[in-house]
Design a protein around this ligand. Structure first.
Ligand code: DX5
Ligand code: ZN
Length: 233
């Protein structure tokens, strides 16, 4: 492993949004067995983003089916009234959007007070500087590489420069840098080289619809990222 990547482990986080909701428990088990490190859980409210997905009760129902980290990405506004429900549902990470406002410090402090890791996310049009003032309150920065709301969109390449800026801002701090949207085995190397250590992938993991395909899809992303980190595959 090169020194630049020594601090944070490589993480592949399948987005459950791309799974078959009709057999959610089977999908969680399958992607767990296929090698997922974290379960990425996209919560959408039809207000902050133009789509509705699932909430804390559905996450609570998934919880017994995997021991992996539950990584909740809240695309909801307001978020504060719901943080406790997501913590009680079994989320390990709770990430809120900087644009969801209005009291970001309060939201992040509330997540940590619930005993969970606090994340902050940036939409593609939001500069890295928007999180400078909260960097000591976060355990994770989630850089969106599509406009949130839907899976299956194309990666916005300006996210790469933002990842580098976030990485510079996080230097010396134990913060995971996660990238979400349009991640595939084809762009995982450049995303990793820019400084991300946690890669979310929905359609690129769930294509094929079987545990065997999830396994090879996750391995393809992991191998591309690992070689960019100079790690043995
Ligand atoms: C988009 C979500 C993503 C999405 C990623 O709003 O935050 O996590 O599921 O899906 P893909 O990997 O298909 O772009
Ligand atoms: Zn997400």
């Amino acid at each position: 492993m090169t020194q630049a990547f020594a601090s944070r482990p490589l993480v592949i986080a399948p987005s459950i949004l791309a799974s078959d909701f009709a057999k959610l428990s089977d999908e969680v088990r399958a992607v767990d067995r296929a090698g997922a490190d974290w379960m990425h859980l996209d919560v959408m409210d039809g207000h902050f983003v133009p789509n509705i997905s699932f909430g804390p009760d559905v996450i609570k129902a998934m919880r017994p089916h995997s021991k992996k980290i539950f990584d909740a990405h809240l695309m909801i506004a307001p978020c504060d009234p719901y943080l406790e429900a997501f913590a009680k549902a079994g989320c390990d990470h709770i990430t809120v959007h900087v644009e969801a406002g209005p009291h970001l410090h309060r939201s992040l402090q509330a997540i940590r007070a619930l005993g969970k890791k606090a994340g902050v996310s940036l939409n593609p049009a939001t500069p890295a500087s928007a999180i400078e003032h909260v960097i000591d309150l976060v355990d994770l920065v989630l850089v969106m590489s599509v406009n949130p709301g839907f899976g299956g969109q194309s990666f916005i390449s300006s996210a790469l420069e933002k990842i580098s800026n976030v990485r510079a801002m996080c230097a010396g701090r134990p913060i995971d840098i996660e990238v979400d949207g349009g991640v595939t085995a084809n762009n995982a190397a450049e995303i990793t080289a820019a400084g991300a250590n946690a890669l979310v992938a929905g359609s690129a993991v769930f294509k094929g619809g079987t545990m065997e395909s999830y396994k090879s899809n996750i391995a393809a992303i992991r191998n591309a990222a690992a070689s960019a980190r100079g790690e043995a595959i």
